[in-house]
Ligand binder design. Sequence first.
Ligand code: ZN
Length: 315
Amino acid sequence: MLDSSEVNLMAQLPESVSIREVGPRDGLQNEEPIPTDAKVRLLDALSRTGVRRVEAVSFVHPKAIPQMADADEVWQRAEKVDGVRYSALVPNTRGAQRALAAGFTEIEVVVSASDTHNRRNVNRSTDESLDDIAELIDLLHGAGATAEVIVATSFGCPYEGDVDPRRVAAIVDRVARDGADRVAFGDTTGMGTPRRVRELVTAVRDRNAHLPVLLHFHNTRGTALANMLTAMELGVTEFDASVGGLGGCPYAPGASGNLATEEAVHMLHDMGVDTGIDLDALIEAAELAESLVGKKLPSGVLRAGPRTRLTPLPA
Ligand code: ZN
């Protein structure tokens, strides 16, 4: 059998991948609200897994998203572990000001590639949201923070169906011109396949090769790991994943299942790709997440354990 470094060379995969753990924000925002204490416990458990990036909270209107009403307190009480980069998501100027006041220096804003999905979310067209985002980028840069633009429904829209990769690439052109530090592509309702990943990443790279790209997959239709592997073959090294597969999307009927972090880590480590994450500690955090939300989470590695956990023979 080949050792994992030989496998890595054969497949031309990156040596390491940067996973951003989004369970505390994207995950919990799409589950029934849980107490502040529970959120802090989950954040702290995740911060100690060796993960290098965590999306900690979002600063949204508490009436719109009650799950994040205590974002300030959660963030204040959470342990900030050395070597972990924390980010927050904001929907508008008010949210950006709150995130900056809380001390965040990495901030994410969202626009949907699909007009219909964007209107359902924020009652504005994609172009109108892009105008707002241009102002937000200036505000964030003026305060010394970086701005990441997340393009939701990049691989398909639950209302409109297919989303043309050229439309997504044109959105990237616009936000790159407006100064975005990085872009992320969200497969909001799990419509992506390896073919679509290849088309989108290629379309974006053709025009904005310099811009850091992060991919956010949902496993709604079982393609998240295949999509991640395809993106890695194209040289993408930044991915979102959610502990236990926590979270879905409240605006997309039937959507569920962020890519589970431990499923990604389990596969990557066996292929010789480093993440910095301790898989056992991560599985413990997933067990904690499951107990805190009080329901079974979809992660296969959480159910079955890692492949290194052997079944004892009967005596
Ligand atoms: Zn998600």
